[in-house]
Write a protein that binds this ligand. Sequence first.
Ligand code: ATP
Ligand SMILES: O=c1ccn([C@@H]2O[C@H](COP(=O)(O)O)[C@@H](O)[C@H]2O)c(=O)[nH]1
Length: 238
Amino acid sequence: MSKPAYKRVLLKLSGEALMGDDPYGINRATIERMVADVAEVAKLGVELAIVIGGGNIFRGVAPGAQGMDRATADYMGMLATVMNALALADAMRHVGITARVMSAIGIEQVVEPYVRPKALQYLEEGKVVVFAAGTGNPFFTTDTAAALRGSEISAEIVLKATKVDGVYTADPKKDPHATRFETITFDEAIAKHLQVMDATAFALCRDQKLPIKVFSIVKPGALMRVVMGEDEGTLVHV
Ligand SMILES: Nc1ncnc2c1ncn2[C@@H]1O[C@H](COP(=O)(O)OP(=O)(O)OP(=O)(O)O)[C@@H](O)[C@H]1O
Ligand SMILES: O=c1ccn([C@@H]2O[C@H](COP(=O)(O)O)[C@@H](O)[C@H]2O)c(=O)[nH]1
């Protein structure tokens, strides 16, 4: 059997994808399917760190956040990612994967704080590390957290698992004529204002020469194909 293309990866899992077909929250069947995909890859011996988004919970409470100051709303968003991280770690435990959740904001009674050497130790021990609470700072996103943590742990690639199967000329959910790039440079993605990831995340990965693969987490087997280095999704590169 061929070997995985990477030894250590940072997987950014879409919070919104966790909803499945529900209007918000965590869909049980969806999280179980995602975890099954993750388990397959972990069993190959690939060191896996995960950053999880919060869109499935945060967009559900967003109407109530209207009129709030931005930083407060952003802290709510970060807490939403902690809930997703706990659910993800628990679902992994059910299939025999040891996961450790580390939070960028201090909530020690719930999860341990992010400490870089400890995260590296867990990865070397074969545990899956789930980074919760994004960067710990308002005005950022979990895509930027993926770029940041991916750089910190010397991941070989950031795998952005989302609801679309790559980077398109425009949002494919809004523009039926949008076409998919097989590869695109960071500079092009930033210059074209492609909204699939925020510019801060693109710029950090570009400066750290950390490639990004954007692919669909909804498509069966796509994560495995990406990890095996097969043709899947869009590669964003320097
Ligand atoms: N040029 C583009 N190419 C591909 N997708 C795009 C583009 N522009 C906008 N999008 C949208 O970006 C979305 C992915 O980014 P977004 O940050 O919203 O979601 P996510 O990271 O998957 O979710 P969450 O924030 O919940 O973690 C896609 O679902 C797609 O609809
Ligand atoms: O570093 C961060 C990460 C996230 N936030 C807030 O959380 C929500 C949810 O994250 P998504 O990346 O959209 O899934 C985000 O909208 C921010 O409000 C943050 O402030 N800082």
